[in-house]
Design a protein around this ligand. Structure first.
Ligand SMILES: [Zn+2]
Length: 415
């Protein structure tokens, strides 16, 4: 019977519609900034639904919510799922909230069918995934996983000067559960893709194999300022001209590594930024991405070699400062396989995909075997009020989540 089980897509859609009323914007999106009154209202609605579903709700010290459905062997590690309820200031109706309510729908479906799983099942809402009001993004899952220290994080302040701790207290979600007090045996996060690949490939389900690694840099080229008129082209030490010649070679680091390599120069300025002065300094940012750690390391070496060659070929100074590194995440093979099996069982078209964005699952994966399920979103648009997904795809992703979780929650202890 469990093999034929399906979620109630209409009920899931209705829950999404109801949650989208909380913080709804004129353009059809939502504004539910983390730990605001609106976030509280969303959390309260969610907790009410969990209690109706017979779940035991606990809140930890950073405001993460855990709602538990007991298992036959209740001392086993729970099979978890979840995502976030907070949004960008001009956010959509699916980013984050989809993963939370798909998880709730899985639990409601298990209740409908009277299924007792071997392992307990647990639904998580992670605090402040977006990082729009308080830095950093993926705060709750990061504290849970020990990436960020609790005490320091509670001191972070928004632009009005309110701290995370004050905001948690004022909305009544400063819980008592010790951080990381319990772990998952396996964890799955369902999410809209936030990119165009599934739609372009006409696939319903993205079996997420991992998350791209990211390296950020500041590059500075230093030459000499000179008058734009009297100074011959041959004797100039033009920092902008040299920087401009570097940039195509930086793009090549990604273009030489299709389809996953990415290189972006997103911020560029020259000094003194005067129309009739040869620029003496050019500064720009570089963002390099690849899901394979070795490839990303080679891109890193390549960038530094390009910079060194400038010094040699053009006689100008060029420095490359490392700003940030987020290593690639490879999801657990058993969890990835469980997602693939779920899609196959339901007869959905599916493909393996690498996430270009960060998610709570990235940090959770440091503590438990983890996988993700993507569904398409219209035109790949997200972090936008017009963000959209079809009810068919929403239902399909929840069905895959159901069967992936059942795969791990039944029978032999997994992993
Ligand atoms: Zn999200």
């Amino acid at each position: 019977m469990a093999r034929n089980m399906q979620v109630d897509g209409g009920r899931l859609w209705q829950s999404l519609v109801e949650m989208a009323k909380i913080g709804e914007t004129d353009k059809g999106g939502v504004c539910r900034l983390a730990l605001s009154e609106v976030d509280k209202n969303g959390r309260d609605l969610f907790v009410g639904w969990c209690e109706e579903a017979g779940l035991t709700v606990r809140v930890d010290e950073i405001g993460n919510i855990f709602a538990r459905r007991p298992g036959r062997f209740d001392d086993r590690l729970a099979v978890g799922t979840g995502s976030h309820l907070d949004s960008q200031p001009t956010g959509g109706r699916f980013d984050g909230v989809y993963g939370v309510l798909a998880g709730l729908e899985v639990i409601r479906t298990l209740n409908d069918h009277g299924v007792e799983t071997d392992a307990p099942v647990e639904l998580a809402v992670w605090t402040n995934e977006e990082g729009a009001r308080f830095d950093p993004a993926m705060m709750g899952s990061g504290v849970y996983a020990g990436v960020f220290a609790l005490e320091a994080t509670l001191e972070h302040r928004d632009r009005e000067g309110a701290s995370v701790e004050e905001a948690l207290t004022s909305i009544g979600y400063k819980g008592s559960e010790i951080i990381g007090g319990h772990r998952f045996g396996a964890f799955f996060e369902a999410h809209i893709e936030q990119g165009p690949i599934l739609e372009n490939e006409k696939k319903t389900i993205g079996i997420v194999s991992g998350v791209q690694g990211i390296r950020w840099y500041d590059v500075i080229v230093t030459g000499d300022e000179a008058h734009a008129g009297p100074t011959p082209m041959s004797t100039r030490r033009d920092a902008l001209a040299v920087a401009a010649s570097l940039i195509p070679r930086i793009y090549d680091l990604a273009l030489d590594r299709p389809p996953f390599g990415r290189a972006t120069v997103g911020d560029f300025h020259s000094e003194p930024a005067s129309r009739n002065t040869v620029p003496g300094v050019a500064r720009f940012s570089v963002d390099l991405r690849h899901p394979d750690e070795g490839q990303l390391a080679r891109m890193d070496i390549g960038l530094k070699a390009v910079a060194a060659s400038v010094v040699e070929e053009r006689g100008l100074a060029c420095t490359v400062d490392d700003v940030w590194y987020s290593s690639p995440v490879v999801f657990d093979p058993l969890c990835v396989a469980a997602v693939g099996k779920g899609a196959e069982l339901m007869g959905y078209s599916a493909m393996e995909i690498v996430s270009g964005a960060g998610h709570d699952a990235v940090y959770v994966s440091r503590t438990a075997p983890t996988g993700m399920i993507f569904i398409p979103c219209k035109d790949g648009v997200s972090h936008n009020e017009i963000e959209s997904a079809t009810s068919e795809d929403v239902e399909a992703g929840a069905n895959v989540l159901l069967h992936a979780m059942l795969e791990c929650a039944q029978g032999a202890e997994v992993p």
